[in-house]
Design a protein. Structure first.
Length: 255
């Protein structure tokens, strides 16, 4: 289901700070993050079933990420893959607002989603196909999970508060702190859980920032730091049924 916390345009050293978890069924084949052979400027993981991606950045500074909108009653298997939304933006040179305008015109062709895009990571734009507005994200800390941007679900509020408090208090960011935040397995009290149609037991299991069930959970945690001098740090940790599998780290300068 995924969760993305990010701090934009409000830090003395970093213009973008991202801490994100990708949640997926354990059996779904996935390629770890790396620069793609056929798109050597594109850094992202890859879904090996539909061949899109959920989060990535390019050497020219294009950034995009996506979460699903949880509404199982409206899901249809014949709709387009949401992973193409991130991939198509990263491969293009279209401006963020224009790209999101195109998405708005084709909103019914996909199951529910939220997407974040930016062309030089100085500005981030948000659009979700369950609402109308294209939003230029205000400076500060924001979180999106499986409803709309900054919906006050317990996990969203917890993730946003942790990231905000840390980055506002520290000029140098320790990636280990961000990974610790992404590893939180605290479940929300029943009375604070959303009702998204999946039943109370599953709502409980999906309420932590880091999810672990028998067949579904957090598959990857990713931290991205982009300085005002355009230096990028990208670190992905992948997991197998909740256990750390591998870490891949990359550093480059935006051209």
């Amino acid at each position: 289901m995924c969760i993305i916390s990010f701090h934009v345009d409000d830090h003395p050293k970093y213009k973008l700070i991202v801490a994100a978890n990708r949640d997926e069924f354990y059996e779904r084949p996935t390629k770890e993050a790396g620069f793609w052979e056929d798109e050597p400027n594109l850094l992202a993981g890859q879904d090996l079933r539909a061949f899109g991606t959920w989060l990535g950045i390019t050497k020219s500074g294009r950034f995009a990420a996506l979460t699903n909108y949880r509404d199982l009653a409206s899901e249809r298997p014949d709709r387009k893959s949401r992973g193409d939304i991130v991939l198509d933006f990263l491969k293009s040179d279209i401006e963020p607002e224009a790209y999101l305008e195109k998405l708005r015109e084709t909103r019914t062709e996909y199951n529910g989603y939220n997407t974040l895009v930016g062309s030089s990571v100085d500005e981030i734009y948000y659009y979700g196909n369950q609402q109308e507005d294209i939003i230029k994200v205000a400076p500060g800390t924001h979180t999106v999970s499986n409803h709309l941007l900054n919906t006050p679900w317990p996990k969203v509020e917890n993730a946003r508060t942790m990231l905000h408090n840390y980055v506002k208090a520290n000029e140098t960011i320790d990636v280990e702190v961000l990974f610790e935040q992404l590893a939180s397995v605290d479940k929300a009290p029943d009375e604070m859980l959303p009702d998204t149609g999946v039943g109370l037991a599953l709502e409980r299991d999906l309420s932590p920032i880091f999810i672990r069930t028998d067949n579904y959970g957090t598959r990857a945690s990713t931290v991205i730091l982009v300085t005002h001098d355009n230096d990028v740090t990208f670190i992905e940790r992948t997991f197998n049924s909740g256990s750390l599998k591998k870490e891949n780290a990359f550093e480059f300068k935006i051209k």
